[in-house]
Design a protein around this ligand. Structure first.
Ligand code: LLP
Length: 432
């Protein structure tokens, strides 16, 4: 009935998430509110690591991409599932440290890590650092030497794969700010240099070909390209890279017409490619890392708003204004990303009209979507926007000094706040 099976309608006609009444949640915690189903998050993580066990003999690891959504409690959930974490800033690393996350299971990413971040990662025992460029290798080598440690590194490679996705999230092509290019020989030269470094140990190669990808072929192709690179390193430099990190990017269902492959199919097919290629290239099967972000959390989250003004502009459109907007979900203004919406207290009714959902910022582009099918919404109704668990809270801002919403987890029929709602006082906390 909705984009996520986790959502349903109860006997009062209200939308439920994880079996809990969203109208009651809005009343209890206020709006705007992010609600996430912890049980579904855990289930998604298990499906990913379970598929590594099933199709690749357990020789791999899930490093959940925290950029999709993280906070202390999310780190605790990921840690308790036995998975790893992909972190991309000192803030994400700090969150993991403070949550007591096992830092040896953390991979540190970023195309322009600062010296402070590299030092922080080493001081806190981060498992591996995914080096993006040669100057980072040099800086890391120096910082590791000063600390008397050996950093485990991987290289981020641009495998040159067109993943048929939105241009703004295409990161595997040559015209990208991320990683070393294969085609130009840059990546190979970097490997040669890394092998002569004393304080870094090249344990793996990494690629990430984009995000919200529905097809499995680009992932298979990326695996082939990367394995050929590993074989070339072995043949020409006599060194065998142990780990292959294939990044994230698995698509999810935002709209009814989206039809992503089940996550299990991804590992099933990519594992088969890896095994076959390793056989024909004469290399050992690498340890495989995957970094799903969106697919773990997006389907598990919704955002609840209270409807304010309704403006019907005859012959033009109807605006439904809500008490949030681009500050809690900037994805429409950035990428024209489409979402499904439901009037949570009228969830059993037909979606009888098409509306533009507008936020409360002083910005005409502050929209959650246009032409969205919706039940007849009036002031005071609770509006739910679905599948907002990824890249919403994590991309939220305080534009117009709007305080950020709270995040509530539901699990086993209970709810709890995992990130408190910001107050106006929080807005001025760093002001002097
Ligand atoms: N690994 C690396 C190195 C990445 O750069 C990313 C995402 C991921 C893993 C996780 O990808 P996922 O499984 O979530 O697709 N803000 C954009 C998405 C940017 C993704 C950037 N990198 C959005 O809202 O669509």
């Amino acid at each position: 009935m909705f984009v996520s099976d986790d959502l349903n309608v109860n006997s009062q006609g209200n939308l439920t998430i994880g079996g809990m009444d969203t109208v009651a949640l809005a009343k209890e915690y206020g709006t705007p509110l992010y609600v996430m189903d912890e049980d579904l998050i855990r289930d998604n993580l298990r499906r990913f690591h379970g598929s590594i066990d099933r199709f690749y003999g357990g020789k791999g690891m899930v490093c959940y991409a925290g950029k999709a959504f993280t906070c202390l409690e999310m780190c605790r959930v990921v840690a308790s599932e036995g998975d790893g974490l992909d972190a991309v800033s000192i803030g994400e690393l700090y969150t993991a440290v403070k949550a007591g996350f096992p830092m040896e299971r953390v991979g540190f990413h970023g195309n322009n890590k600062t010296d402070e971040e590299l030092a922080y990662a080493l001081d806190n025992g981060v498992g591996h650092i995914i080096v993006d460029n040669i100057s980072e290798l040099h800086r890391l080598e120096k910082i590791a030497a000063e600390k008397g440690v050996k950093a485990q590194i991987m290289f981020r490679i641009k495998p040159g794969i067109d993943a048929h996705t939105h241009k703004a999230v295409m990161t595997g092509q040559i015209d990208s700010k991320f990683g070393f290019a294969l085609e130009t020989g840059e990546a190979f030269e970097a490997v040669k240099e890394a092998l002569s470094c004393e304080n870094t140990d090249l344990v793996g190669v990494h690629c990430h070909i984009g995000s919200q990808i529905f097809d499995i072929e680009p992932f298979e192709e990326a695996a082939r390209v990367m394995l050929r690179f590993i074989a070339k390193i072995k043949a020409e430099l006599g060194y065998e890279v142990k780990s292959l990190d294939l990044g994230g990017g698995f698509g999810i269902k935002y709209l009814e017409e989206h039809d992503p492959a089940p996550f299990e199919n991804y590992l099933e097919r990519v594992s088969a490619v890896v095994k076959a290629e390793c056989g024909s290239l004469g290399i050992s099967q690498p340890f495989i890392i995957i970094e799903p972000g969106r697919s773990v959390v997006a389907p598990a989250g919704i955002t609840l708003y209270t409807v304010g003004a309704r403006k019907e502009i005859p012959g033009i459109r109807t605006y439904i204004s809500v008490d949030g907007g681009m500050t809690d979900n900037p994805r429409y203004i950035l990428y024209q990303s489409e979402y499904e919406a439901v009037v949570a207290n009228k969830a059993s009714q037909e979606r009888s009209e098409k509306v533009t959902i507008a936020g409360k910022c002083c910005e005409s582009g502050d929209l959650i979507g246009e032409g969205m099918p919706l039940q007849h919404a009036e002031s005071g109704d609770i509006l739910a926007v679905l599948a907002t668990g990824a890249y919403n809270y994590s991309m939220s801002s305080n534009y117009n000094r709007v305080p950020k919403p709270a995040v509530v987890f539901v699990s086993g029929g209970k709810s709890r706040v995992v990130v408190k709602r910001e107050t106006p006082e929080d807005i001025i906390r760093n002001d002097i």
